[in-house]
Design a protein around this ligand. Sequence first.
Ligand code: HEC
Ligand code: HEC
Length: 323
Amino acid sequence: MKKKNKLILVLLAGFVSLQFFRPEKIDYGTKTQNLTNVPKEVNTILRSSCFDCHSSQTNLRWYDKITPANFLVTSHIKEARKVLDFSQWDSWPKAQQNSTIYYVINKVLSGEMPLPSYAAVHSSAKLNQEQIQTLKNYALSLAPRKASGDSQIKEAEEQYNSWVKGELKKTHVEDAPNGQHYFPDYRNWKAISTTDRFDNGTMRIIFGNTIAIKAIQDHKVNPWPDGTVFAKTVWKQQVQKDGSIFSGEFLAVEFMVKDAKKYSKTKGWNWARWKGADLKPYGGDTPNFEQECIQCHKPVANRDYVFTSPLYLISQLKKIQTK
Ligand code: HEC
Ligand code: HEC
């Protein structure tokens, strides 16, 4: 036999024997229902693009079943289901369903999902512009924007001005049910990000304390160091007659306080929320209210449960400019 043929035979034999190695069995075939209350065209897109990894129903192609590709596919699926499993849709409260849609669209717009390596091989998972627009339109329909009346606009303006001046805080703000103290001076922390939650008609500003800011500068953000505190303020969006959007009513401020040991039962963070201009602690009548927070932050478990990625920082910008 010629040398070249022999080599091919050896490779082939190796490949065949490789097929006896199989990844651990996971459930591929439990049918996942369409997502309730979500339009058909949106379901179709998510099913063809995302369900393979993010649901209990996986449509494996023949080339996914070959070793070693099957190991890679199985590990993707296991990891993906851990962070987001559309089969659980019906067990989520409406707010979580909507915020999942919002988050999903962000991942698609940023090109992170579907996993590019997967979409390259599975052309049916790729999304075209029209499909992306369909997803966006759906998200917008979840919180239609209506123009506010003059008196509403005036009221919100007054409230915002008193927030800026620090008058919004009462002389005494009660602790959260888990004992977390309120941080009255968070308004003076650095803002690290803002988001426009088009799924529920609110806008948010996220602030970090000095430990958070230092961690960002040092690129030590996963995990975040003990002592990190994030504050997130939530305002209702107010739409002016010309369509421009301003902050409306002040809805809430939430905090995440990091101490890996002390708060190990709640993923290393203490969670707390104060609602409304009168800063009423949230969760008194919902024991385990922190589970609500953790459940919704689970998609970012691999980023220490923090959604916000600080995109813009003067120090980083300077580094880029001096390069
Ligand atoms: C080939 C498997 C695969 C497909 C297909 C896929 N994902 Fe993922 N996805 C993953 C894996 C693995 C992770 C967890 C690791 C990571 O974050 O990169 C993940 C994470 C996510 C997360 C949490 C990400 C984070 O880090 O915060 C979201 C949201 C998400 N995917 C949305 C989608 C959407 C929407 C689609 C369809 C448009 C999709 N994925 C398609 C494998 C997949
Ligand atoms: C319905 C889903 C959901 C629930 C429930 C939820 N969060 Fe969040 N949270 C988010 C999302 C999404 C972000 C990212 C910023 C944004 O767009 O609002 C976020 C951001 C935050 C931030 C800023 C840091 C970060 O992760 O980006 C804090 C602080 C925070 N949440 C605290 C809480 C606390 C405290 C609770 C429970 C009382 C809670 N969250 C419950 C979805 C949720």
